[in-house]
Design a protein around this ligand. Structure first.
Ligand SMILES: [Fe+2]
Ligand SMILES: [Fe+2]
Length: 486
């Protein structure tokens, strides 16, 4: 326990959970569970990435890949959509559409001009006025090739960059980067063709389309789609391998049951990643990048909240281990935002009642996602309570000072300070004095005085007398000045 424990409010969730038997940490289980968050952003039914892993591993076995290749294939399949959040904001802006539904439907079109045109007319700006819709549609028709190349490029490169942070091999990074390349060279972003495309990408693309069409139309629809695109989108050898797998009922049975245990059973033979505390920090940081890429208004939000939360934790004298635990909760506190459309997150002006319900659900999503991950289960209730207040007027549960872990109070103060001191869609960043004025006005109601004071002390130490002239950009150590709906 730390030196200041007696003056800390509420209870410590860290203290309550730290003595629980430490479960061994397996990389495949951590990433399998976190892949559900990625599925949400892609608008896919939960478990899409896990099912792709099941399908792709069957194909890889049929093709006789070596054991190291199978290990790389496993993680490519599971993490293929890591860059998913990075183009969400631009899809909303370009297509005036809900990014999550849009992405789900986009995976189903076959790439012909006819299908693409139909898609654009059907999907663009359905909620917008006619003139706005025509303008957006014309822009897409004129610049469609360039736009979709950029969207895919952003997504693929971001995915590969995060895979590097997660310590995956160059082959896995390339597998993710080339996911949308097609056998005939008409894919994106590079237009690479044939065997120049990573075999991992060629398999992952087939696996992805198998699952999307299986979910909507069953095995027959799925097989028809795959053979129909053989030689255009898909490598004919991979298609043949898939067709051999498709004759085996176990492939399809694995897709209608709980697929997670099936793919976990495949993992241990392939690789033995030791997940220690340093690696767990890297995983939290990698997923914070996925979260922050979701919206230009939240870029670097998770990293700055982590900085502020750590500052508070240091000021109140928490131990090094305790601070590390809080930093992970701060990095992942908004992971539930991956389930919220950018049309709502980036909306200038007040959200409607319905939109507000969707926004207010994000901490509960964060808690549910993290509770699935054995390594992050202990931080789940803290992350899920970052919008609670001492007076019970917060959300989602309306907890009070008596029931809140103090680590959640630290996150709440750090989160609100960052939201105030960064730009929002409808107002510019507030100065340090203005933001602290708002926090101080709600002492005892929203924020605990101890933690607001600790934040002020930490910021003063960091920036000294010029504090009031600094923006979030400066305080964040050169991070972009951006907003959060927190
Ligand atoms: Fe939040
Ligand atoms: Fe936040």
């Amino acid at each position: 326990m730390n030196a200041h424990a007696s003056v800390l409010p509420g209870y410590s969730h860290y203290q309550a959970t730290r003595d629980a038997a430490r479960v061994p940490l397996h990389l495949h289980e951590i990433l399998g569970a976190l892949s559900h968050a990625i599925d949400m952003t892609e608008g896919q039914p939960p478990g899409h990435s896990v099912r792709c892993c099941w399908i792709g591993m069957k194909i890889g076995t049929q093709l006789g890949l070596s054991e190291p290749q199978m290990a790389d294939l496993y993680y490519t399949l599971l993490m293929k959509d890591l860059g998913c959040s990075s183009n969400a904001a631009r899809i909303c802006a370009l297509y005036l559409a809900d990014d999550i539904t849009f992405k789900h439907d986009f995976k189903k079109i076959d790439g012909s001009l006819n299908a693409a045109l139909q898609f654009v007319f059907q999907k663009t700006g359905l909620q917008s006025g006619l003139s706005e819709r025509i303008r957006a549609t014309l822009n897409i028709l004129r610049n469609g090739g360039q736009i979709s190349r950029e969207l895919i490029e952003t997504r693929c490169h971001q995915g590969a960059d995060i895979a590097a942070k997660l310590r995956f091999s160059r082959d896995v990074q390339d597998g993710i980067r080339s996911l949308d390349e097609h056998w005939n060279g008409n894919g994106k972003p590079e237009g690479v063709a044939g065997r120049d495309i990573s075999i991992l990408s060629r398999i992952a693309l087939v696996a992805q389309v198998v699952d999307v069409f299986f979910q909507d139309g069953g095995a027959q629809a799925s097989c028809a789609e795959i053979s129909g695109r053989s030689g255009t989108w898909f490598d004919p050898d991979v298609v043949q391998a898939f067709e051999r797998c498709a004759d085996d009922q176990s492939l399809w049975e694995g897709l209608i049951t709980d697929t997670e245990p099936l793919i976990y059973a495949l993992a241990p033979r392939l690789s033995a990643f030791a997940v220690d505390d340093d690696y767990l920090d890297d995983i939290a940081q990698g997923f914070a990048d996925v979260i922050d890429a979701k919206s230009p208004f939240t870029a670097d939000h998770s990293r700055r909240v982590t900085l502020y939360a750590d500052m508070i934790a240091e000021q109140v004298g928490l131990s090094a281990d305790h601070r590390r635990w809080i930093r992970r909760a701060a990095l992942l506190h908004d992971i539930g935002k991956l389930a919220v459309s950018n049309q709502i997150l980036d909306k200038p002006g007040r959200p409607s009642e319905e939109e507000w319900i969707s926004i207010r659900a994000h901490p509960a999503h964060s808690e549910a996602i993290l509770a699935r991950v054995s390594a992050f289960r202990d931080i789940a209730p803290v992350a899920g309570a970052h919008h609670e207040r001492l007076d019970g007027k917060g959300y989602p549960k309306g907890q009070t000072e008596a029931t809140l872990p103090f680590e959640a109070m630290i996150l709440a103060t750090a989160d609100v300070y960052d939201a105030l001191s960064a730009d929002r869609p409808y107002r510019e960043a507030m100065s340090y004095d203005a933001a602290m004025g708002i926090l101080n006005a709600e002492l005892g109601a929203a924020h605990h005085p101890l933690f607001v004071q600790a934040l002020a002390n930490g910021l003063q130490l960091l920036a000294g007398p010029i504090m009031s002239e600094l923006s979030a950009q400066d305080v964040g150590g050169g991070l972009a000045t951006t907003n959060s709906s927190a």
